[in-house]
Write a protein that binds this ligand. Structure first.
Ligand code: HXC
Length: 512
């Protein structure tokens, strides 16, 4: 055999060895646990045949605890770049079959390298997490590796979209890399995230809790608000990441992608005329309005299980991505509370960072009263949403469908905090509070029940409508519900070249 052939054969062998990960036995164990391997996940995530793996021959440099005799090519993480719907993305996937996907110095260096490449090239970064955490044999070198990654996450924040999928364990300080990214997707029943696990909790606080209950997908999607989406399994999670990427620009210097729109942009919907009930106390489903007005009824909801009085998600209008923020009158009357404020604030800031226009659909009775809310800091958390909307310079279009009461009116992208186009349905009620509450305060105990009924009616006529605000120019146009889609699309068109700059500063101080 010629010398040249030897060289090619060596490359073949090395490539083959690297592709084996931790070996067939560990791969089988991974499959038995209902999980795919790092490479199988990447295969599903990216367009066929586009993955280019880098650093696959990297090995750790640890010489403690006999590790010098145990080196595996790739060292527990697969990294590289490829395409989603023809657009470049960077990806790293922790390989649980190699040292439990744990983070060594060499492994961290690979992650840092792909993060820096993504940031420099302006490509989204996708991290697939499945790891036992810090590689114990490497001690502080592993901790340093984590901190290096956290630092890169922060540097990349607002520059490129960062998406984390949690597909297995993610515990201890390791949780903070995903937490610093824009979106976290967790797989149902095969992923968990916690800072300290059930055993430590039991020892310290005597609480007994299972891993799933403590840090499973549903916990973080419905209770803690740490995660944004649930995938039924690895494959479903990868499809969700692909779909999400389709709405987003590759970086903060780009506009979001536009796709050809086959849904009639002037389409009217007669059902919308009667969707908002005449009785202001009757609930209705804001999702019906969203579904009716967006392209092809295709709504990609973010955090569907958390703070359900607020809806957030991506859609397209005339083929262009928009972020939708909407009160949900079908859940707690669409009230603003701590969780819904924070949920919406974070979403608004993401949209603003990535040039995604924000459509706000408002039907809000106000902030939720109660000691829980006050002691929990609703003042500070509500201020986050006010802050996020006020600082956002992307096109902001607001439609008031019904209630716009009190401080919540101001907060939910009112004209006064910088919305560009403010629309209202004839059913809108824009006032300091609802008629009954107002009359109770103005007249206290001074009037009879009959007088109260008359006063409520008088208040309703005077204030429970959009026309006072329209007279003052706070509402640009009162529209017929059936023409909502057309009105939103034309509003977006006039905002297309919007340019707005704030005063020079290092950064603002959002009330955290
Ligand atoms: C080195 C580790 C490891 C670790 C797992 N492995 N965790 N090696 N350091 N932290 C290895 C195992 O020895 C095993 O190697 C392989 O990974 C798979 O682990 P198993 O235990 O066989 O798998 P499983 O039963 O599925 O359990 C997975 C696990 C468990 C729940 C993750 O391994 C575990 O509890 N590991 C310790 C987790 C931990 O405490 N990490 C530190 C967290 S603190 P072989 O060769 O047998 O296949 C932290 C700090 C970060 O991460 C700080 C950032 C600032």
């Amino acid at each position: 055999m010629s010398k040249l052939e030897d060289k090619f054969r060596e490359l073949d062998e090395r490539n083959h060895e690297a592709s084996l990960g931790g070996g067939q036995e560990r791969v089988n164990k991974q499959h038995t646990a209902g999980k795919l391997t790092a490479r199988e996940r990447i295969e599903l995530l990216l367009d066929k045949g586009t993955f280019v793996e880098i650093d696959k021959m990297v090995r750790h440099r640890c010489t403690d605890f006999g590790m010098e005799n145990n080196k595996i090519a790739g060292d527990g993480v697969v990294s590289g770049y490829g395409k989603i719907d023809g657009r470049a993305v960077c990806v790293f996937a922790q390989d649980f079959t190699v040292f439990g996907g744990t983070l060594s110095r060499a492994n961290a260096d690979k992650v840092v390298k792909i993060m820096e490449m993504a940031t420099k090239m302006g490509a989204p970064l996708i991290g697939l997490n499945d790891s036992g955490g810090a590689r114990i044999q490497e001690g502080v070198q592993s901790l340093a590796g984590y901190a290096d990654i956290f630092h890169r996450n922060v540097r990349a924040s607002g520059v490129i979209p960062q998406i984390s999928a949690i597909l297995g364990p993610c515990a201890g300080g390791a949780v903070y890399s995903p937490a610093l990214t824009d979106f976290i997707i967790m797989t149902r029943e095969s992923s968990y995230m916690f800072v300290t696990g059930p055993d430590v909790i039991k020892a310290v606080t005597h609480e007994e809790v299972s891993k799933e209950e403590l840090g499973g997908a549903m916990t973080h999607n419905s209770k803690s608000g740490v995660a944004h989406l649930i995938g039924e399994n690895d494959e479903n999670a990868m499809m969700m990441v692909r779909e999400l990427i389709g709405f987003l620009p590759s970086n903060n210097m780009e506009d979001p992608p536009t796709i050809p729109c086959t849904d009639d942009t002037s389409r009217e919907d007669e059902n919308l005329q009667t969707l908002v009930p005449a009785d202001p106390n009757k609930p209705y489903d804001m999702m019906s309005i969203i579904g009716s007005v967006i392209d092809d009824n295709n709504f990609f909801e973010i955090m569907p299980h958390y703070a359900r009085s607020m809806i957030t998600g991506f859609a397209r209008l005339s083929g262009k991505t928009v972020g939708i923020v909407a009160n949900q009158p079908a859940f707690l009357a669409g009230v603003l509370d701590i969780n819904s404020s924070v949920k919406a604030a974070r979403f608004v800031r993401f949209c603003d960072a990535f040039n995604i226009p924000i459509i706000t659909l408002m039907d809000v009775p106000g902030f939720l009263p109660g000691t829980n809310q006050e002691f929990g800091g609703i003042i500070k958390h509500g201020a986050k949403l006010l802050y996020a909307y006020s600082e956002a310079t992307v096109p902001k279009i607001t439609l008031i469908t019904r209630k716009a009461y009190g401080g919540a009116y101001c907060v939910m992208a009112s004209k006064h905090i910088g919305a560009d186009i403010n629309l209202a349905y004839p059913t809108a009620e824009i006032a300091v509070m609802g008629p009954e509450g107002a009359v109770n305060i103005i007249f206290r105990h001074k009037i009879s029940d009959d007088e109260k009924t008359a006063a409520v009616e008088e208040y309703r006529k005077a204030f429970a409508n959009p026309y006072k605000a329209a007279e003052l120019g706070y509402i640009d146009e009162v529209i017929y519900p059936r023409e909502t889609r057309k009105k939103l699309i034309t509003a977006l068109e006039i905002c297309q070249n919007k340019s707005e700059a704030g005063p020079r500063r290092k950064h603002g101080n959002i009330p955290l």
